[in-house]
Design a protein around this ligand. Structure first.
Ligand SMILES: *[C@@H]1O[C@H](CO)[C@@H](O)[C@H](O)[C@H]1NC(C)=O
Ligand SMILES: *[C@@H]1O[C@H](CO)[C@@H](O)[C@H](O)[C@H]1NC(C)=O
Length: 190
């Protein structure tokens, strides 16, 4: 009998785990939204004590409740001008597969808080940094993102020689509309 109730309890616990978003991720999302001020109400339902998997621009895995996709494109008021991102803000999303930060006027990352901070996100397959003001300085910080398959860096301020040899799994790279002269391939050829 006792045993039966134990199983009922266990099943109920697993079901409730399967539904809610993770507290740690909700906290991280609430912190994140302050870096994207806008007057369009884009984060209207990003509020305390609500189910963050239902928030606009957030997608979770339906089984684990972990955030797997963040669609944060064009969410910061352009009138605020360029700014520098703290990439560590995304490190709590350990299951993240896709991150879209395009159209946000980002000029780079703050010192020691670049994309190298996300090297432990081993599921990150897609990163969209298109239509920002990034320049060559961020390239080395992308090297650690070894699971990346799709990387969008179009319409930014990259120029000259580009070396992305660290990105071994890459299937698609879009660097159109920059001032690139050539790519340095892994073997040092041009
Ligand atoms: C989770 O379920 C919702 C509602 O059924 C669905 O719209 C969404 O696409 C699912 N998410 C994933 C990642 O499959
Ligand atoms: C960057 O964000 C992380 C995570 O929120 C925080 O711990 C760290 O202090 C921030 N770094 C700076 C320089 O603000």
């Amino acid at each position: 009998m006792d045993c039966k109730w134990f199983w009922v309890f266990l099943v109920m616990m697993l079901v409730s785990l399967g539904e809610g978003c993770w507290e740690e991720e909700r906290t991280a999302l609430l912190q994140l939204k302050h870096f994207f001020p806008n007057s369009y109400g884009y984060f209207y339902n990003w509020v305390e004590n609500s189910e963050c998997c239902r928030w606009e621009r957030v997608m979770c895995d339906n089984n684990t409740g972990r955030v797997i996709k963040l669609d944060l494109w064009d969410v910061r008021d352009w009138n605020l001008g360029e700014w520098y991102l703290n990439a560590s803000l995304f490190s709590p999303f350990q299951q993240l597969k896709s991150l879209d930060l395009s159209f946000n006027y980002i000029a780079g990352c703050i010192e020691n808080e670049g994309f190298e901070r996300l090297s432990r996100l081993s599921n990150l397959k897609e990163l969209n940094l298109g239509v920002n003001n990034f320049n060559n300085n961020i390239l080395s910080s992308l090297d650690g993102l070894s699971s990346l398959k799709y990387l969008y860096l179009d319409i930014n301020r990259f120029k000259g020689a580009i070396n992305i040899e660290g990105l071994q799994s890459l299937k698609k790279l879009d660097m159109s509309f920059n001032k690139i002269e050539h790519f340095v391939s892994p073997k040092g050829n041009k």
